[in-house]
Design a protein around this ligand. Sequence first.
Ligand code: UT7
Length: 328
Amino acid sequence: MTYAAITGWGMYVPQQVLTNADLERMVDTSDEWIVTRTGIRERRIVGPDESTVSMAVAAARQALARAELAPEAIDLLIVATTTPDQLIPSSACLVQTALGATRAAPMDLNAACSGFVYALATAAQFIRTGAARAALVIGSDTLSRFVNYRDRNTCILFGDGAGAVVVQPSATPGGVLSIDLGGIPGTGDLLEVPAGGCRLPASPETVAAGQHYITMQGREVFKLAVRAMGDSCAKVIDAAGLSPEDVTLLIPHQANLRIIEATAKRLELPMERVFVNIDRYGNTSAGTIPIAICEAEAAGRLRDGDYLVLTAFGGGLTWGSAVVRWGR
Ligand code: UT7
């Protein structure tokens, strides 16, 4: 039996900080409203020379170093992103070039904020079946380039960042133990970027109407997120043959502290067993979970044998969860 173990991890967030006080000067909002409704205090924003690909490359280099793996050893390279540098080539192809991952099959995967869990699930299948020997899984998003900084409903929520993991085969029972992925049909308009695709190509009119910005019906997304993540976590915990008491750490997508708390409550997990860094980064979309994995590890909160539950929810609407047993 071959298991799909996480053997390396890395992250990158831009230097530039956007605080709630900065946002108070841009839209009709307040630090108090943002903190009590979302838990966010600041987020990171890319500089002019940074992008989804540059952040992905920085995170990937760290992950490869941690796994003690040369870029040439990677045979599958997935970038989960909704905000690619360009439509063609894919961000994964650009990351391949920057890393010199000459043997890798590069592909992008778009499942919005759930993207990292989808990409990890995909890589785990390749590793378990022997179709790949080393997979690089990256979640990287630059939502600041798609946010309307005049729309207080969305601009307070998002930040930029990237995280990466290396997945390799292991004979030791562990790694990605169970997966649950899904989507909610008919909910696409609750969270969307209407223009810029082939249905509504970019034109002076779409730009003037602000249709290349992200729009969201937050209250509806909130309710669906709590239900979907709670149900999905329960499913993966059960599928891994565990019960919630066995979960060492819940690493949820960081979209809203109240969503995280409600999800933990549904699982009857105390907040001491939930990882939260939303206060410093906001919602970095596909970046949240791999960034949180890195910070949890650096804080000494991941030990070999620990059972982690990853869970995410986002545009589509989509959800994805996984149980991971930490260690090689
Ligand atoms: O990555 C996954 C996808 N995204 C999410 O999971 C996000 C899910 N949704 C949310 O996190 C929350 O719904 C928000 C944080 C977006 C909004 O919080 P809420 O408690 O659901 O507020 P609301 O949308 O119901 O708005 C309450 C009030 C409204 O005013 P009225 O109509 O009651 O007078 C809004 O206009 O708060 C107002 N409001 C604001 N006030 C100050 C909305 N945004 C702001 C703001 N500052 N930034």
